[in-house]
Design a protein around this ligand. Sequence first.
Ligand SMILES: Nc1nc2c(ncn2[C@@H]2O[C@H](COP(=O)(O)OP(=O)(O)O)[C@@H](O)[C@H]2O)c(=O)[nH]1
Ligand SMILES: [Mg+2]
Length: 435
Amino acid sequence: MNIGEGIRKALAKITGKAIIDESAIKSMIKDIQRALILSDVNIELVYRLSKQIENRALNEKPPAGRSMSEHIHAIVYEELTKIMGEGRKLELKPQRIMVCGLFGSGKTTQIGKIAYYLKQRGMSVGVIAADMMRPAAYEQLEQLSKQVGCNFYGRKGAGVKARDVVKEGLETLKNDVIIIDTSGRDALDEELISELKEINEVAKPDEKILVISADIGQIAKKQAEEFNGAIGLTGVVITKMDGSGKGGGALTACAAAGVKIVFIGVGEKIADLEEFNPSKFVGRILGVPDFEALIEKVKAAIPEGMEEMPEEFNIETFYKQLKAAKNMGPLKGIFETLGMVNVPKEVLEQGEQKMEQYEAIINSMTKAERKNPDLVRKSQARIERISKGSGIPASTIKEFISQFGKMKKLYEQLQRNKGMQRNLQRMFKGKGLGF
Ligand SMILES: Nc1nc2c(ncn2[C@@H]2O[C@H](COP(=O)(O)OP(=O)(O)O)[C@@H](O)[C@H]2O)c(=O)[nH]1
Ligand SMILES: [Mg+2]
């Protein structure tokens, strides 16, 4: 999310300054403009936004208890939030969801992610492969459905009609939620429109969701308008927000097209999907911690029966938590929800590599050793055995055991003040932005 970096840099110039004059404000706005234009936000929109920020920053007096610097942060935050579009939560109810979009936008992948999202929240999900254009679309969705653990319906063969597959799928699958994959094209043409209209008639979907790649930036407006005109959209998913520098353009373009954003895709794995909430999104790019989102992530990732913190912290319980942490998706996202947007890439990669190594070590430990890691700490023979079994160097094993000791201490401390977590939440919830 390069847009965040640019805007944070712009704001950093005025942060904490006692006196902020007109030229400092104008220079900050120039930097914000640059960041937005780089992210392919429509130029007129950038101009309107800058005028608005400038007017407010020059004319508004900060409310009591807020410094000028804090007030300008708040203005930028509010004005950015206004242009970032509107979010909408997908309801957790029995429903039919039709997913459409151009070639390679990420339709099939998002269906896997949405199915996973709904399953994690207790819904039973079935998917229908009605993309008749791509030869491998069937296998891709079938594979994803296995990974997610949801039902699948599809039929292959020349001349098979999408509407017939959908009809059969709806008769066959008995799940709460049915998600329908559809064909793409390089552009929305007559043929695709008529195919989508037929599916729309057969399935009468509750949701008609367009998948758009962030890469197309402000062209998203035209695309959303065209699909909306053809079949009437209920929402949009913007994918590849992780890799694209044009995410800001795509988001603001959807707002301009008047369609609501249901999710953003932030990676290729099935857990890489996030609900879209403009104020939280802007908060995150500005580096404001989002504890609610973090707690959401933790809740969704924690295996059943582990909702409560276990009384005893041993390697067994740590292992379960490690697995849960992996379910939470890339570390980068976790740090971002904590407002830590500038964690160096190497640290993230190292962190992920460490998690893999720890898992391998634990897999090579005996039950007794997991209960009592001191056994390992005190015995070179055990360390060597684990090293052979896991392929991890002895030095890393020693480091793990010592790290674990520290974690155990921290955990026991945390348990002693369980209220802390709640306090943190309250602190950031009630107090507006926290800067
Ligand atoms: N980086 C990234 N890649 C994605 C995301 N969503 C999908 N992709 C990739 O985009 C490519 C096309 O996705 P696919 O679902 O097959 O697109 P479809 O043709 O619209 O069905 C695949 O390589 C996916 O792994 C995302 O959120 N981030
Ligand atoms: Mg596909």
